[in-house]
Design a protein around this ligand. Structure first.
Ligand SMILES: NC(=O)c1ccc[n+]([C@@H]2O[C@H](COP(=O)([O-])OP(=O)(O)OC[C@H]3O[C@@H](n4cnc5c(N)ncnc54)[C@H](O)[C@@H]3O)[C@@H](O)[C@H]2O)c1
Length: 335
């Protein structure tokens, strides 16, 4: 299949592109390689991809309407996995406009491209952060999510709403994936595992927010990729039992679906740090700090729909995933 993947210089996009290429798909990879974090890491991820047969790199901004129209017209992808976005909860307080440009303008360009080029399935990244102020655990796609706590979360919820209108109006099958704290080799430098590993190795103190009491459904990258591929292959269908009298938020009369992809096994941040310390072989010096604005204290995914529809549930133990990350980090940064 010819698949357009956006965000291929990114953490999840680069891993996904490898898996698709390995199974024989053709991948058109779009990324603007922006400098939100270390561009060398993005270039290194891309370098491993461009050496593989079937990969076409397109360096452009998904918010560039004319460039995106031209890209869809030229390549005519059969399916699209849209992962390019301005990620990060904390940075959305510093630079809110980046989220509107990449996540909202970028998303409408993807939807329009799919609509006008007969794309058979759009899979896009949403986030566990859409659960915002919800407290009923585990979080379910059938719960209402109208109380985001950051503009990042609001932009992801907006993507789900925008996707629904295109599924309804143009019969475009769309699947939104709410990823839960993804970690693993080639991971993001703005995320906890990377920052902690780097600082512990350097003998520097780490900032531990919410005094280490956060609980996160840390999900290993290979488990995320498996979930993306399985849902990509399972084209969203209308739910005939859906009723406007009792509207289920996770499905629709239109070909629209949402799934959580999370480990379904929350781990406290303090335990997560202990596992890193064990693998690095050094104790961390910790600055215990309060909860940060925009952060949610706990995430925990209900993955029943993923199990029911595509027969899959993430399974990598956090000890194994952290060990693989630390080994990759030491090798990549020669530490
Ligand atoms: N990593 C996680 O824990 C996590 C959790 C929930 C949701 N997500 C979502 O999953 C997706 C992938 O996340 P990731 O962790 O791989 O992040 P990432 O930042 O590593 O990857 C995103 C990529 O998109 C590119 N990009 C950003 N804006 C762009 C634009 N306007 N035009 C073209 N390219 C652009 C970036 O250069 C980057 O390479 C994102 O949509 C993110 O919001 C990630």
């Amino acid at each position: 299949m010819k698949i357009l993947v956006t965000g291929t210089a990114g953490f999840i996009g680069s891993h996904l592109a490898h898996r698709l290429l390995d199974r024989g798909d053709e991948v058109i990879g779009v990324d603007n390689v922006n400098d939100y974090y270390d561009v060398n890491l993005k270039e290194a991820r891309l370098e491993r991809l461009t050496s593989k047969a079937g990969f076409t790199e397109v360096r452009q901004d998904v918010a560039d309407r004319a460039a995106m129209e031209a890209l869809f017209a030229e390549h005519k992808p059969e399916r699209v996995v849209h992962l390019a976005a301005q990620a990060g909860v904390r940075y959305s307080i510093e630079n809110p406009h980046a989220y509107v440009d990449a996540n909202l303008v970028g998303f409408i360009n993807i939807l329009e491209g799919c609509r006008h080029n007969d794309v058979k399935h759009l899979v896009y990244a949403s986030s566990s952060s859409v659960y915002g102020a919800n407290e009923t655990m585990p979080f379910s796609v059938h719960d209402n999510v109208d109380h985001p706590l950051s503009l990042y979360a609001a932009s992801k919820k907006a993507n789900e709403l925008m996707a629904h209108t295109y599924s309804h109006l143009y019969n475009l099958p769309t699947t939104g994936l709410r990823f839960f704290t993804v970690y693993g080799p080639w991971g993001r430098p703005d995320m906890a595992l990377f920052i902690f590993t780097k600082k512990i190795l350097a003998g520097e103190a780490i900032d531990v927010f919410n005094h280490g009491h956060h609980r996160r459904d840390f999900t290993y990258i290979d488990d995320i990729v498996e979930g993306v591929i399985r849902t990509l292959d399972h084209v969203a269908e209308p739910n005939d039992a859906w009723s406007g009298a009792t509207p289920d938020p996770g499905t629709s009369k239109a070909p629209y679906r949402l799934y959580n992809i999370g480990s379904n096994n929350p781990v406290e941040l303090s335990r997560f740090i202990e596992i890193i310390e064990e693998r690095v072989g050094k104790k961390a010096e910790k600055n215990l700090l309060p909860l940060q604005p925009g952060d949610v204290p706990a995430t925990y995914a209900n993955v029943d729909d993923l199990i029911d529809d595509v027969g899959y549930k993430p399974a990598t133990p956090v000890e194994e995933g952290i060990a693989r990350f630390v080994d990759w980090y030491r090798d990549f940064y020669k530490e």
